[in-house]
Every structure is written in C-alpha cells, then in structure tokens.
Design a binder for this molecule. Structure first.
Ligand SMILES: [Zn+2]
Ligand SMILES: [Zn+2]
Length: 101
C-alpha cells in the first residue's frame, strides 16, 4: 500500500505530497555545486530522490520554475521563494551503478 507524506513551502502557498512506500531507491543526495549554494543560500543542498510520479502538487497556486542548467528545473514558490523540488533530466552522479573495485 502506498504511503504519502505531505510538505510545503515556507508560506504554505505550495503544498505537495511524496510517496514514501516503497522508500525512495536512493539515499538523500548532497550537492555542493555553486548553483545549489547560490540558490539555497547554504553550503550545500540536500535532495531526496524520488520518481516524478511519486511527487504530486496539491496546491492550486502556480509553481514557478527556473532552469538553472540545461534541462534541470528548480521549482519554487513565487511568494516566499522557497525551493522545494529539483527536476533533473540526467541521473545524478551518485545514483549510477559502478563496477566493483
Ligand atoms: Zn511559499
Ligand atoms: Zn548542485
């Protein structure tokens, strides 16, 4: 049975739910690139990797999107500027299988 948890932005204008059952296939990914640092105002961004179909917007407010690099969209609230979703078209480096060393 699917289990969904809810979340939202700072002002509550953006709400979403994420499916956690089965658990996301990868552990949270930490990114220290300059774009994440500037976008989030922090030394790093930490992202929970889920399939697109496992994240559903539940609010009616229009979501803002910024393409920070080709094909990669940062979703944020236009009112409070909270970024709550990073939509990547490429696999994140830490998620690919590597040959045994
Ligand atoms: Zn907001
Ligand atoms: Zn980054």
């Amino acid at each position: 049975m699917s289990e969904w948890v809810e979340g939202g932005c700072l002002c509550g204008g953006q709400r979403f739910k994420v499916c956690t059952d089965p658990p996301p296939p990868y552990p949270p990914v930490m990114c220290c690139c300059k774009m994440c640092q500037r976008c989030l105002g922090a030394p790093a961004g930490v992202f929970l990797c889920v399939k697109e179909e496992n994240l559903v917007l539940t609010s009616t407010e229009e979501v803002e999107k910024y393409e920070s690099s080709p094909g990669n969209l940062r979703w944020f609230c236009g009112k409070c500027a909270c970024q709550f979703y990073f939509q990547a078209t490429q696999a994140l480096p830490g998620t690919v299988d590597r040959p045994a060393v």
